[in-house]
Design a protein around this ligand. Structure first.
Ligand SMILES: [Zn+2]
Length: 87
């Protein structure tokens, strides 16, 4: 097996680790809103570009570990709507 030395991140939906290029980076703003941010500044998490992962993400009870603050249900729903719309 070839060893991949690039950093691997876990999807906040399915929890599977993947290369950063396969994942969307999600960051939290001071307002508590979530958005996709390819620049990757600040605290954030990762999601696959897949509806099934977004659904799992919506069902997650706590995202504190990823964002160091709790994320509200409306904030998660807003993010997923943006993802579905092509963000
Ligand atoms: Zn996933």
């Amino acid at each position: 097996m070839k060893r991949d030395r690039r950093p691997r991140r876990s999807c906040l939906g399915c929890n599977a680790a993947d290369g950063q290029s396969a994942l969307l980076r999600i960051v939290i703003e001071h307002s508590g809103e979530l958005k996709v941010d390819r620049l990757g500044t600040g605290r954030g998490g990762y999601l696959h570009q897949m509806e099934s992962c977004w659904e799992s993400f919506l069902r997650r009870k706590s995202l504190y570990r990823a964002f160091r603050q709790e994320v509200t249900r409306p904030a998660k729903e807003k993010l997923v709507l943006a993802l579905r719309a092509g963000y």
